[in-house]
Design a protein around this ligand. Structure first.
Ligand code: SF4
Ligand code: SF4
Length: 376
């Protein structure tokens, strides 16, 4: 196993002819509103200690101009990220404008400035807050972030977010500061309702994103250690709500083992990355942008199957969307009298697997989250 798991490539990108009717399913876009961050995380290139690029912030008026174009592409879910999105001088307006345009808006933040913005963002229509957490030990978390007292600020931020009725989740990157047995108690004390895990990236991203670190010793996993972490995540489900679909974690485990993948990524078709330059990308790992967001209506979906990385947001979305995409493609083809095309859509590999993952995720969504005592 290559020590750099992201270097693993199955050469599975195949070129297939496209041109098909637009799919009705809603799409997702992660929007990096700035490359600036006030934190210094060891395994992230946006760290204030590593950043050498000029500071960039997405332009509010240009973003507003892009919203109808994104909506026309059926993007309905947006997550604002960075860098640290709460250092953007217009973050409250970005949230409000996107929500006004009909997007469901979430934000992922390190939490330092959350109390400064949460009420204004809630007023603007924010629907979800995710705070990144690096360790089950609050002292180690604050030290890795280079922000003394961060966990205390997070506690206040989660309490105020919950008081506004906004779901508050933790996002934990798999790294050597995490003890999975101790993590549920820490997350409860910090006031979180659920957790999603992301998987570490050592290889440089092809896009403008800097969510990688080639040197960090916190994430230079061999396969066995990473698989043990994935198994610990699955065991944790009985103690604390874990949002990553079981099927997606299983897919990542197959990736780490070098086994065949079941579900191709929806990146570039139902999941996009938009950066502070207003360039739209298939994903953060991709080396070429699809183009300027203002040209998006003329840029085709990227449908070539890709299985080349284990970025959690794309893998989670793919696990639950692949089957639904096939069904809606089939319905679209039937509506145009294309029986063979409809049949082929439903017979794509991984469709049954993905529909099972979607059903399981929907059951989870409908079930009440287990009760716990915040601040316990
Ligand atoms: S992980 Fe998040 S908080 Fe840490 S340096 Fe990167 S962008 Fe900043
Ligand atoms: S996020 Fe998806 S499209 Fe992008 S490299 Fe990874 S698997 Fe491929």
């Amino acid at each position: 196993m290559d020590s750099d798991l992201d270097a693993f490539t199955q050469n599975t990108v195949r070129h297939v002819p496209r041109v098909a009717p637009p799919n009705v399913l809603p799409a997702v876009c992660d929007v990096s509103v700035t490359n600036v961050c006030n934190a210094a995380c060891d395994f992230c290139g946006f760290s204030r200690d590593k950043m050498t690029a000029p500071r960039r912030y997405i332009d509010l008026s240009e973003f507003i101009r892009a919203l109808p174009i994104l909506k026309a592409r059926r993007i309905r879910y947006m997550t604002f990220q960075g860098g640290e999105p709460l250092v953007h001088p217009n973050i409250n307006s970005l949230v409000a404008e996107a929500a006004n345009a009909g997007m469901v808006i979430g934000i992922i933040t390190n939490g330092w400035f959350l109390t400064r913005h949460i009420e204004a963002m809630a007023e603007g229509g924010l629907r979800r807050v995710t705070i990144s957490i690096d360790s089950s030990d609050p002292e180690k978390h604050d030290a890795n972030r280079g922000l003394d007292g961060l966990c205390e600020r997070i506690k206040e931020g989660t309490a105020r977010t919950r008081a506004l009725g906004i779901p508050i989740w933790a996002s934990v990157t798999v790294n050597r500061l995490v003890d999975y047995d101790a993590l549920p108690a820490t997350l409860q004390k910090l006031g979180f309702e659920a957790v999603c895990f992301s998987f570490p990236r050592r290889k440089r991203c092809g896009s403008t994103s800097l969510v990688f670190d080639e040197q960090s010793t916190l994430i230079n996993f061999e396969a066995a250690e990473l698989i043990a972490a994935l198994e610990a995540i699955d065991r944790m489900r009985s103690k604390f709500p874990v949002l990553n679909p079981t099927a997606a974690v299983a897919e990542v485990e197959r990736f780490v083992r070098g086994e065949e993948q079941r579900v191709p990524c929806v990146g570039g078709r139902k999941y996009f990355y938009l950066d502070w330059n207003l360039d739209i990308w298939r994903c953060e790992a991709w080396s070429e942008p699809m183009g300027s967001v203002f040209e998006l209506d003329a840029i085709p979906d990227q449908r070539e199957p890709c299985f080349d990385c284990m970025m959690a947001c794309y893998r989670d979305a793919s696990a639950v969307m692949h089957g639904a995409l096939a069904v809606t493609d089939a319905v679209g083809a039937l509506a145009h009298g294309k029986l063979r095309e409809a049949s082929n859509a439903l017979r794509r590999p991984g469709v049954t697997f993905s529909l099972g993952a979607l059903a399981a995720a929907e059951i989870l969504r409908l079930a009440p989250l287990p009760k716990f005592r915040a601040g316990a």
